[in-house]
Design a protein around this ligand. Sequence first.
Ligand SMILES: Nc1nc2c(c(=O)[nH]1)N[C@H]1C(S)=C(S)[C@@H](COP(=O)(O)O)O[C@H]1N2
Ligand SMILES: [Mo]
Length: 385
Amino acid sequence: MRLPRPVVPDEDSFSSRLRSPTVSARLGVVVGVCFGTAFVTGLISHYAQVRDQPVPFPVGPVWGYRVTQGLHVISGTAAIPLLLVKLWSVFPKLFARPPRRIGLLVIEAAERVSIAVLVGAAITELATGVANVAQWYAWDFNFRRSHFALAWIAIGAMVAHIAVKLPVIRAALGVDPDADDAPDAAVTGMTRRGLLRMAWAGSAVAVLATGFGTVRGLGRVSVLAARSRDEAEGLPVNRSAVDAGVTASATSTAYRLVVSRDSREVALTREQLLALPQHTEVLPIACVEGWSVDGRWTGPRIRDLLDLVDAPSGSDVVVRSLQQRGPDRVTTLQGNFADDERTLLALALNGEPLALDHGFPARVIAPNRPGALQTKWVAALEVAT
Ligand SMILES: Nc1nc2c(c(=O)[nH]1)N[C@H]1C(S)=C(S)[C@@H](COP(=O)(O)O)O[C@H]1N2
Ligand SMILES: [Mo]
């Protein structure tokens, strides 16, 4: 007996009635809005972390970064189920027979390459974003730089895709998705509108279950929120003192905060820092992972510390922590942040001495900044000259 030759499926081998340009276009619009939102908020987050900023990142509003970064993570999360359904809806096109005419073939090949780039970049962006939120660094390349570079590729390919498909999109959006089901035919199973409703609901569940991890009151809904399990003084802890390897140096009696500019240098014990005028500010920690929580921070103003070495106003400050290895241990406090009177070297949080995990003996806290720049276990403030 001879086995039948395997058949390569073609576009018409896929028979689901639910696949239709009316469905793909509607999903595409919402995926496009999600990616557009993630792109713009991502640019903001990236720029906030650029060391030499030609135009200084603004110090206000206080809640600015927590909102843009929250939106970034929420829009990316919302896109995941929608992109999956959208890819399913156009999947058979992978098997479409190529056109015979050489001219058409070239155009088709170009379009397929651009779609391959779009799909590849989009999936990689979402996957690396999720892995980052989950603090799963399964790669050894710089997350922010690669996520940023790939974002341009994804958004460029998306714009090209929309431009090419515009006539199809326009036509598809103009008709009722279920219109071509004959009214008298007994339609069983799901309608296209039903499929779309499922997709919107799936997206909403994804956002509620993960993205809203720290929107006040919604925390308990977000059962899958990738959030640090550690907590101290009512605030999540991102990297603990043990992980950072600073337990001994941070609790040592030899601890001094060194403020320096050129050859001038002042070394202060924690008691001396406590003896300076203390100020209290309510400011959020707004992590790039999307969570943000307010804290009531107390300590001397960074500006008052810089005055000890007569730092000119507008000076950038390099902040060094006691931590010897890993990211985020050395950061730059731009001049406009260093001069802002809300920017503190916090010694206390919510009325208690700073917990070791929140940066004891002293940490930087400034308004409208990525959490990654709110350096803990500060050892030195070096005025850049
Ligand atoms: N020295 C040092 N400071 C650091 C970090 C770090 O790893 N090392 N993590 C940063 C990040 S990514 C965040 S979100 C905040 C979290 O602060 P918390 O742990 O007090 O909530 O600390 C920042 N400061
Ligand atoms: Mo963070």
